[in-house]
Design a binder for this molecule. Structure first.
Ligand code: NAD
Ligand code: UDP
Length: 313
């Protein structure tokens, strides 16, 4: 049995990871509930192997127990992921990635833990090379509305790399592409949750711009399978992880309307500032390291997600 510290464990991806790993391991979930919820952890709270610490990862120094309990793995998912949410708290977002990563990496150094940093496709900016490989260096702007998230993640990748080389900490960087599924917040502003909630309520689905922009949507269970496969691998990466099929936002809206049997109208609004026009990962290097490829197609994943959102009302 290992002991995992899951930072951001009350969020969408983190809560699924806690649920998957609790069967065989002890979990210490650290979360400040900036964008996560206790509801996501309701199945775990009474489990003897689960512990919840309500704290900001930027300020862990005074939590003595984190130094004294041996921790084998640290998974750092703490950071708002929805553009609406991180743009509302830009300084906290940047500091979470930089200062928070520093604090968790020091903890990894203390325990000699395996450390995995959850980075993002956003480090590539509006990529003009598709499918995007890890060698693509990115087109980003330090002063854009998204910079608090993007530059924070880019700096945290550098910090993760430096700790590996300076202190021989076994570290891995995963660049996660758009993932969706149960436990997303209904109001987090991301496209899948927005469209499903609007369709179920017969409200308009808001399409930013002309809707020709694309994303590649991965269902959460596939991502959790991917993470499980990399947990004890020595590779640093960075690795792209995500679905390879591109979907336009127009196609997504129509699909969700159909699956929800909804008659909601689609309305167009101005494009979001600095919105990437296309996004598609090349996941060959992750596949070579782990053998992983996603298995759940978009219709199946959306149906499961729609059932979850229906169950909330
Ligand atoms: P989320 O917002 O649902 O979860 C993030 C969690 O981190 C929340 O529970 C939040 O309360 C917590 N948190 C934020 N700041 C914190 C801090 N300073 N201290 C402690 N806890 C803090 O987001 P998610 O979709 O689950 O994303 C998880 C991670 O994966 C993020 O790091 C995100 O950048 C990355 N990621 C996600 C996606 C995606 O499509 N979901 C894509 C790329 C990258
Ligand atoms: N989007 C949209 N309507 C919404 C929410 C988002 O058209 O209600 C668009 C958004 O402008 C972007 C894409 O959907 O082009 C994905 O947005 P999201 O916030 O989910 O994630 P991103 O990939 O931009 O981080």
């Amino acid at each position: 049995m290992h002991t995992y510290l899951i930072a951001g464990g009350a969020g969408f991806i983190g809560s699924h990871l806690c649920k998957r790993l609790i069967n065989q391991h002890k979990i210490i979930c650290v979360d400040n509930f900036a964008t996560g919820s206790r509801g996501n952890l309701s199945e775990l709270i009474d489990n003897d192997r689960f512990e919840l610490i309500d704290a900001d990862i930027c300020h862990l120094d005074k939590i003595h127990q984190l130094k004294t309990t041996p921790i084998t793995h640290i998974l750092n998912l703490a950071c708002p992921a929805s553009p609406d949410q991180y743009m509302q708290a830009p300084i906290a977002t940047l500091m979470t990635s930089v200062q928070g990563s520093h604090s968790l990496l020091n903890l990894a150094k203390h325990h000699k833990s395996k450390y995995i940093f959850f980075s993002t496709s956003e480090v590539y900016g509006d990529a003009d090379s598709l499918p995007t490989t890890e060698k693509y260096l990115g087109q980003t702007d330090t002063l854009s509305d998204r910079a608090c998230y993007i530059e924070g993640k880019r700096s945290a990748e550098t910090l993760t790399h430096l700790f590996r080389h300076k202190f021989q900490i076994p570290t891995t960087v995963l660049r996660v592409f758009n993932t969706y599924g149960p436990n997303m917040q209904t109001t987090d502003g991301r496209v899948v949750s927005n469209f499903i909630m609007a369709a179920l309520q017969e409200s308009p689905l808001r399409i930013d711009g002309d809707g020709h922009q694309t994303r590649s949507f991965c269902y959460i269970d596939d991502l959790i399978d991917a993470i499980e496969l990399i947990l004890d691998k020595p590779d640093f990466g960075p690795f792209n992880v995500g679905a390879s099929r591109q979907t336009t936002i127009n196609e997504l809206a129509t699909k969700i309307k159909t699956l929800c049997l909804s008659s909601s109208p689609l309305i167009n609004q101005p494009t979001r500032a600095h919105d990437p026009k296309k996004r598609q990962p090349c996941t060959e290097s992750f596949k070579a390291a782990t053998g992983w490829s996603p298995t759940i197609d978009l219709d199946e994943g959306l149906n499961k997600t729609i059932q979850y959102f229906k169950g909330l009302s």
